[in-house]
Write a protein that binds this ligand. Structure first.
Ligand code: MG
Ligand code: MG
Length: 263
């Protein structure tokens, strides 16, 4: 059953979404060659606790860490480890937090140093998929319209859209009804109504859409070991239109500062 949120609840959810957005902003400052994903995990844990919130993933279904960190061919649900990140890697950092009883859930795929133009394009298109999906989150549409927009854009660029993992409703639970697939048919699926809050998270593969799970029981990788991109926003339906509760602003500011670009 889908639990629609009141405006008051959506304001609380905005607070949670901003905590995870700021957390990824801090990750953006620190991430780079030589840094390990366990270093990042520790930073995220401490920052979230400092905000009077709790990590959303830690202990959820027995997940062992604060962040999911998924590198290169890893799509999602990667476990932070001690391997220093290397020039040319990409890493999806997915972060959850809970405050006032509501979850935020947010992800960005970072480039480590210089990545190839092909990988850059994959990440650009994956972000565009997220934006195009969000634009469809209007009353009168259905979730099939969201999935269709994402799938069309990804496949037009020759990429594979993961089927086994999907976005989701968000609220007092990390994963609520409805499922939000990154593929679909126009005019099909769940009706979009006022007060719906969903996490939209396209997982777009450079090659095949097919996936495998590693023996750690968590990490999902591409079946052809080609890289995969992943970006996630929390979106509420307010006045019939999408309102994005999370923001990439903190990440973008941190990355621009590191690149020496003065705003
Ligand atoms: Mg997430
Ligand atoms: Mg999610």
């Amino acid at each position: 059953m889908t639990r629609y949120k009141t405006l008051e609840e959506i304001e609380l959810m905005r607070e949670s979404a901003l905590i995870v957005s700021r957390t990824l902003g801090i990750i953006a400052e620190k991430i780079g060659p030589g840094v390990t994903t366990l270093d990042l995990d520790k930073l995220a844990f401490e920052y979230i606790r400092d905000q009077g919130a709790e990590p959303g993933f830690l202990g959820l279904y027995d997940f062992p860490n604060t962040l999911c960190t998924s590198t290169n061919e890893e799509i999602v649900h990667g476990i932070p480890n001690n391997r220093p990140l290397e020039e040319g890697d990409i890493v999806s950092v997915d972060c959850g937090a809970i405050k006032n009883g509501f979850y935020g859930d947010h992800a960005w795929t970072f480039e480590i140093g210089e990545v190839t133009p092909e990988v850059k394009k994959l990440l650009k298109v994956t972000r565009e998929c997220l934006t195009l999906g969000i634009e469809q989150v209007v009353v009168g549409n259905r979730l099939g319209d969201v999935g269709f927009a994402i799938q069309q854009h990804a496949e037009k660029n020759g990429y594979g859209v993961v089927r086994e993992l999907v976005g989701h409703g968000l609220g007092r639970e990390m994963h609520e009804s409805p499922e939000v697939p990154n593929y679909g048919k126009r005019g099909k699926g769940t009706k979009i109504k006022e007060g719906l809050v969903i996490a939209i998270e396209p997982m777009i593969n450079m090659g095949t859409k097919n996936v495998l799970q590693l023996s750690d029981g968590w990490t999902i990788i591409t079946a052809d070991k080609k890289p995969s991109g992943h970006f996630e926003h929390d979106v509420a339906v307010v006045n019939g239109k999408p309102e994005v509760l999370s923001t990439f602003k903190f990440i973008e500011e941190a990355l621009a500062a590191k690149a020496g670009i003065v705003a």
